[in-house]
Write a protein that binds this ligand. Structure first.
Ligand code: PLP
Length: 355
């Protein structure tokens, strides 16, 4: 039975947690190179890419920073419509990367037309969050990337798929995504601490012309070491063992089945939310991994959370300015539609309680 219905970290299967107890190995050993070498093709398979996938000992925010620092010499466009896209803009400024904002109201998606019009102004890269975990909006990424590539072929496309990769069907190569980044603790259902980025040749070529990329997340240095199944700095070895095991689990389920399971969970959660409350995200653009529910009944979210905690379940309050006004149900990773139904039945018990 699932416990964590927060939008990451997710529950981790017991055997995956156990995989982390593998005895330690040296990171310059053949055993570590073999581990890295085993991981790479299956990681590409799960991310549906032929591009190299960098693995860093960081959470996803580290690679948000990396994506901008490695690809932008002049100016970036950041699509902002929620807390995490807002953070991406903050990350740009904190790194001295000049960035314009293309804003939509929270709960709305970006449209291909808006993005195409904006990128025509001329940017090194456009950054967009695929699945806004604060608002529960899934941006129409295929259409946006197609429009952006047509409008500005030399503008690189950077995508934060932190809360959608390995749960939602994303085609980085076909869609022309230059950097697709994610974290381990969401769709991958791993403990937090690893981040992955599928990086195109175009992005690597660009990095070669960008000064001051930093060191820890320098794509060229990561590439040099990846060629030898290694990393510039000490990797999170225990987490790599967990990743090695989890990739097998993900591929045993099969990607189409995994994506379909997430769609079913979203359908269950969103139909329930429409009946009892309202869904925050615009219809047609709703996330498959997290449902942000408008607190139309003025519920005490802390009381709801305490009730759920007694049943061994956890959901998330609204994020930032949406705290109290919304609450969120995460349905990603190992969770099943039956788990979601059990959670919703428990919330119904809270709603029906006397007094
Ligand atoms: N982007 C999105 C869409 C997220 O949901 C999150 C975290 O929840 C982040 C970025 C930041 O990721 P991390 O916490 O792995 O650094």
């Amino acid at each position: 039975m699932a416990h964590l219905f927060v939008p990451g970290p997710t529950d981790v299967a017991p055997e995956i947690l156990a995989a982390q107890t593998h005895p330690m190995i040296g990171h310059r050993s053949q055993a570590c190179a073999d581990l890295f070498g085993r991981i790479q093709p299956r990681l590409r398979q799960v991310l549906q890419t032929g591009h190299r996938v960098f693995i860093t000992a960081s959470s996803g925010s580290g690679l948000q920073e990396a994506a901008l620092r490695n690809t932008v010499a002049r100016r970036a466009l950041v699509c902002v419509g929620g807390a995490f896209s807002e953070r991406w803009h903050e990350i740009a400024l904190a790194n001295g990367v000049s960035a314009d904002r293309l804003e939509v109201a929270w709960g709305e998606p970006h449209t291909p037309e808006q993005v195409a019009e904006a990128v025509r102004r001329g940017y090194d890269a456009v950054a967009i969050v695929h699945n806004e975990t604060s608002t529960g909006v899934e941006n129409p990424l295929a259409a946006i990337t197609e429009a952006a590539r047509a409008a500005a072929p030399n503008t690189l496309i950077l995508v934060d798929a932190v809360s959608s990769a390995a749960a939602v069907d994303i085609r980085p190569d076909a869609w022309g995504v230059d950097v697709l980044l994610t974290s381990s603790q969401k769709g991958f259902a791993l403990p937090p601490g690893l981040a992955f980025a599928a990086v195109s040749d175009r992005a690597l070529d660009r990095a070669a012309s960008v000064p001051h990329r930093g060191w820890y997340f320098d794509f060229l240095l990561l590439e040099k070491y990846l060629q030898q199944n290694n990393t510039p700095a000490t990797p999170a070895i225990s987490l790599l063992y967990a990743l090695d095991a989890q990739l097998d689990r993900i591929l045993a389920e099969g990607l189409p089945a995994r994506f379909a399971r997430h769609e079913r969970m979203a359908a269950v959660a969103q139909a329930w939310a429409e009946e009892r409350f309202a869904v925050f995200a615009r219809a047609g653009f709703r996330s498959k991994t997290v449902t942000t529910i408008v607190n139309t009944r003025g519920l005490d979210i802390a009381a709801l959370s305490s009730h759920l905690a007694r049943a061994g379940m956890a959901i998330a309050n609204g994020y930032g300015p949406l705290k109290g006004k919304t609450f969120r149900i995460g349905h990603m990773g190992e969770i099943t539609p039956d788990d979601v139904a059990a959670l919703l039945a428990e919330i119904d018990r809270f709603l029906d309680r006397p007094g």
